[in-house]
Write a protein that binds this ligand. Structure first.
Ligand code: ATP
Ligand code: MG
Length: 450
């Protein structure tokens, strides 16, 4: 369960729900109480009218006793035209008038007042004044019935307050529980993420069973962790491979120099220097490759220019000689918008690899394929098994067969080549072929002939 503290989402939602529920309850309670109050005062008025109905015929008949019989405990007082009490129920016998008409006698036939602390009566009362028109003037019948507060009566008030408190508490507790239940998995994910930060990337956050947003969140977090772990592992592997590849030539050079120094007179120093220079060349090549990769990883700006692919490749092939036969199958006017130096770097690596592995011949094809320009480099060597066709693009990957053919390679050529292809929005893959390896580069064409 998520921790309960005042600023937590759960606490805030609970308080907000409680406040809204309380406001709604107060609103409805007020309406209900006012309604009940109106009903009660209507029935009090009916009760007062019944008292008047009872007394009026007796007044009219002139048979008014000095003590009136009472009904339901309601007090009645009859005042003659001079304002003197001529008859009253027993509570008001001998008491002064509880209410009189205002001066000027212009009050309505029936009027009403709320009076408290009336002599002879307990509590607050609603006193209804009825005018009775007699030959000698206007008589007054005061009927006092129990006073009705605006909320009706206390029982209803207590009931309404109790119900409101109960509803508000139930809503707040219900929402608090629901939010707690909803946030439980989020808290579990947070706790696990905290652990992962402290211990390692191999752990995953718990995925709740419900098909909801929190499950999607957990799945996304786990997918991100998968990628992070993969990237971290790749970086770790890369660093360890790079250090290993840098250390080998350094160790070899150091051994050569140490041996020379141990037997300086027997050492062929020019030969040692040449061997050390070879080592330095290798170190330089590795460092240059690493730098190239780092630049491509960082998304370096390309110096693009529209280039006829066949022309550029032909010029590159003419620059050097190969130990095997080169077959060219070029379509003309296949133009790509490319950074020439980098595409030549890609091509050189494919040609170097092909020359290293070919038996007799390398075939180079340039053609258009819809919106794409295609460059294929095929050799007639042993080829690359399907299961290695992706791994050879991983950094520092060298297959067993080529280690024997050329100990000098570092396994960075193809990863760089693929990065160059991708930087040009293209692809570099190894496709099926009848014999040998078939590298296929696809780049978007920039000529409008397709
Ligand atoms: N034409 C090919 N035929 C068979 N195997 C190949 C061919 N081209 C590449 N490979 C395999 O792929 C591996 C990776 O090639 P890549 O060009 O990345 O590295 P390299 O040539 O060994 O070293 P570098 O290019 O960094 O000097 C090679 O070591 C080799 O095993
Ligand atoms: Mg290579």
């Amino acid at each position: 369960m998520p921790a309960w503290n005042r600023s937590s989402l759960r606490a805030r939602t609970t308080w907000a729900t409680g406040a809204v529920a309380a406001l709604v309850c107060i609103g409805f309670s007020m309406l209900f109480l006012v309604f009940v109050g109106n009903q009660e005062s209507e029935s009090a008025e009916t009760r007062a009218t019944a008292g008047w109905d009872r007394v009026l015929p007796i007044i009219k008949l002139g048979q008014l006793p000095s003590v009136l019989p009472e009904s339901r405990g309601d007090a009645i007082q009859v005042l003659n035209a001079h304002g003197r009490v001529v008859s009253a129920t027993h509570q008001l016998v001998g008491r002064p008038p509880i209410a009189t008409l205002p001066p000027g006698n212009d009050a309505a036939v029936r009027s009403q007042r709320s009076l408290c602390h009336v002599d002879g009566l307990t509590g607050c009362k609603t006193v209804v004044l009825f005018k009775v028109f007699q030959p000698d003037g206007i008589w007054l019948v005061n009927v006092a019935v129990p006073g009705v507060p605006w909320y009706g009566n206390r029982t209803v008030l207590s009931l309404v307050i109790g119900m409101s408190l109960l509803m508000t508490t139930m809503m707040a507790v219900g929402v608090s529980r629901a939010v707690g239940k909803t946030l439980g998995p989020v808290d579990a994910i947070r706790t696990e993420l905290k652990e992962i930060t402290g211990t390692g990337l191999h752990r995953r956050v718990p995925v709740p069973l419900n098909q909801d947003e929190i499950r999607l969140l957990a799945e996304t977090v786990n997918a991100t962790l998968d990628r992070l772990e993969g990237a971290y592992e790749q970086l770790r592997q890369f660093t360890s491979d790079a250090s290993h590849d840098l250390r080998s030539p350094i160790t070899a050079m150091r051994a050569q120099v140490e041996e020379g120094l141990m037997y300086p007179d027997d050492t062929d120093w020019p030969r040692t220097a040449t061997e050390v220079l070879t080592g330095i060349d290798r170190l330089q090549a590795i460092v240059t490759d690493l730098l190239n990769l780092a630049k491509l990883d960082a998304g370096v700006m390309l110096n693009r220019r529209p280039t006829d692919l066949a022309n550029m490749i032909a010029a590159e092939l003419d620059r050097r000689t190969y130990r095997v036969r080169i077959v060219r199958r070029f379509s003309r006017s296949v133009v790509v918008d490319c950074d020439r130096l980098r595409v030549i770097r890609l091509l050189t690596n494919l040609l170097d690899n092909a020359e290293r592995h070919a038996d007799e011949q390398i075939t180079i094809i340039v053609r258009a394929d819809g919106p794409m320009a295609v460059l294929e480099v095929l050799d007639d060597g042993a080829g690359i098994a399907p299961e290695h066709r992706e791994t050879v693009f991983d950094r520092f990957t060298r297959l067993e067969a080529s280690r024997s053919r050329d100990a000098g390679g570092t396994g960075l050529g193809l990863p760089i080549a693929r990065q160059i292809a991708q930087a040009h929005d293209g692809t570099l893959t190894i496709d099926d072929s009848a014999q040998g390896a078939r590298f296929v580069l696809r780049l978007p064409r920039c000529d409008n002939s397709h």
